[in-house]
Design a protein. Structure first.
Length: 210
């Protein structure tokens, strides 16, 4: 399916909306966990483990910790300063704060796949997707709207450590890799489901759009 046949305008807008909805849901679901995130202990190389809030010199705002947990739900770890930062020393380690907190927050792991499946489904059901792989490719094209915002968020959800030149933020390379993989994989699956349903509902002798 040529790129010119992809419904990029629609899929980009759907992908962007899905990212915003996903973060909004995570924000509401995790708003009360900012203190728990700040209390997560991080080990050091030359010092004992210390709470993340103490290492940073400030408790991160809830909208930032919700962003970290939202990215953790995509399997992107949070890059945080090690405990040595309290003494002005650098060094980072990757932690999944979502896995550390656990409990009911584990349900957040389902949020990105479900939203992206729905996004791919909606794009295909509301667009023309010609070609053998048209539905799959159109569903995957939600990456056009999802990935740029995902990459931007990796920079926005950042807190600097007060006594060292390090920051806590979603890990860079995993953000790039998984920010592409999630919408491509789950969007394409949603598109395939929509395409199959469209084909199944087409009367014999007619050609489905997908």
């Amino acid at each position: 399916m040529p790129v010119t046949h992809l419904p990029l305008r629609r899929s980009a807008s759907v992908g962007a909306v899905v990212y915003a909805v996903g973060y909004a849901v995570a924000l509401v679901a995790t708003a009360g966990y900012a203190g728990a995130v700040a209390a997560v202990e991080v080990a050091g190389e030359t010092t004992d483990a210390a709470p993340l809030g103490e290492i940073l010199g400030v408790d991160p705002a809830s909208w930032i910790t919700s962003g970290w947990l939202f990215y953790n739900a995509h399997l992107v770890p949070t890059s945080v300063p090690i405990a040595d930062a309290v003494n002005g020393l650098g060094g980072l380690t990757n932690r999944s704060l979502l896995a550390t907190l656990g409990g009911p927050l584990y349900a957040l792991y389902l949020l990105p796949p479900l939203l992206l499946l729905a996004a791919g489904y909606v794009v295909v059901r509301t667009s023309e997707t010609p070609g053998e792989n048209g539905a799959r490719n159109a569903g995957a094209s939600v990456v056009a709207g999802y990935f740029p915002l995902f990459l931007l968020g990796a920079f926005v959800f950042t807190v600097g450590a007060a006594d060292a030149r390090t920051v806590a933020s979603p890990a860079g390379l995993p953000s790039v890799f998984l920010g592409l993989v999630y919408p491509l994989v789950f969007g394409s699956i949603g598109g395939l489901v929509a395409g199959r349903r469209a084909t199944a509902s087409t009367p014999t002798g007619e050609v489905a759009d997908a």
